[in-house]
Design a binder for this molecule. Structure first.
Ligand SMILES: [Fe+2]
Ligand SMILES: [Fe+2]
Length: 315
């Protein structure tokens, strides 16, 4: 059998990698990886980079509704951060033997691996700042976990910068929401946006632990917390904040845990952005796999320049 690129690139055995990690050392490059570690880290980096990348066109669409030019400038600054975050992930993937041009610019839209939430359009400034408070908070929870637990040194170090910028994004959302809820009309719009976005962000963290345990992700230290633990960490930030500003969310605290108060997971109507009856996680997986309304348009926006310019990287 012809050896795959992954096997050629990653020379260590599973035992050697686990031994290396047990001794408290970080993995610094393919020379420290087994094929399984390499495949795993490529997968989680791709999900992370794709999520950062697609947030740029998603936020840009909504930024056009900025109430004033300086607000538009803040949104653009966030978008610029997100593109830089994406670049960190893709650049690391390039170092791990992935063809970056193919991955970023030639991959079909349906193969991008970001959360379904970004496939649902953000249609107003209010939805943008809600996304900052909810989606960027999810990104922050996920990346803080990677920052604390990751065994891949180059990513861990890069995340020190990313974490600080994500803090700015979610503060941007929170500051705006605090201001908006003072007006009853605006508050109703915030509530309407949170009504559809809160549950979509709950989904973001993936299947519950009883359904899926990311053995390899935890064993190799790609991340430290399970899906349910991350969902809890997100609710622990978002639910008290929403209560503080008088916005209702379908979750409450019981002891040291948060309990979801509505049917979950649920059917979602993409047109009206409303939630329906309880469904199974299998049904959710079907919806995720089909992708949502903005998938093709966003990826097209990100890839268009590559196709329409004659510039190519010098070899
Ligand atoms: Fe980001
Ligand atoms: Fe962000």
């Amino acid at each position: 059998m012809v050896a795959t690129a992954v096997e050629d690139l990653a020379p260590r055995s599973e035992e050697e990698v686990l031994e290396h990690l047990k001794s408290g050392k970080l993995v610094e490059g393919v020379q420290h990886m087994s094929p399984k570690y390499l495949q795993g880290i490529r997968r989680i980096l791709t999900v992370s980079a794709d999520t950062e990348f697609v947030s740029a066109p998603a936020y840009l669409r909504a930024a056009q509704h900025a109430p004033a030019l300086n607000n538009f400038g803040s949104a653009i600054s966030i978008i610029q951060d997100e593109l830089a975050h994406a670049h960190i992930g893709y650049r690391l993937l390039g170092d791990l033997g992935v063809d970056m041009d193919r991955l970023i610019y030639e991959r079909p839209a349906a193969e991008f691996k970001y959360p379904y939430a970004f496939d649902v359009p953000l249609d107003s400034w209010i939805e943008l700042v809600c996304a900052n408070a909810l989606y960027d908070q999810a990104g922050y929870v996920l990346l803080s976990d990677v920052y604390e637990s990751s065994t891949f040194g180059p990513w861990k170090r890069a995340l020190a910068k990313v974490d600080k910028e994500e803090t700015f994004h979610l503060r941007h959302g929170r500051t705006w929401l605090k201001k908006l809820v003072k007006d009853s009309g605006e508050k109703a719009k915030v509530q309407a946006a949170v009504d559809w976005m809160f549950i979509l962000t709950l989904e973001w963290f993936g299947l519950p632990d009883e359904r899926k345990r990311h053995g390899i992700q935890l064993e190799y230290g790609f991340k430290g917390k399970s899906n349910d633990e991350l969902r809890q960490a997100w609710m622990a930030e978002v639910v008290p904040f929403m209560e503080e500003i008088g916005i209702e969310v379908p979750a409450h605290r019981e002891g040291d845990r948060y309990v979801i108060d509505c049917a979950f997971p649920r059917a979602f109507d993409e047109e009206s952005k409303t939630w329906g009856e309880q469904i199974t996680w299998e049904d959710v997986l079907v919806r995720w796999k089909a992708r949502g309304p903005m998938n093709e348009a966003y990826v097209e926006k990100l890839q268009r320049g590559y196709r329409t310019t004659s510039f190519r990287r010098a070899t």
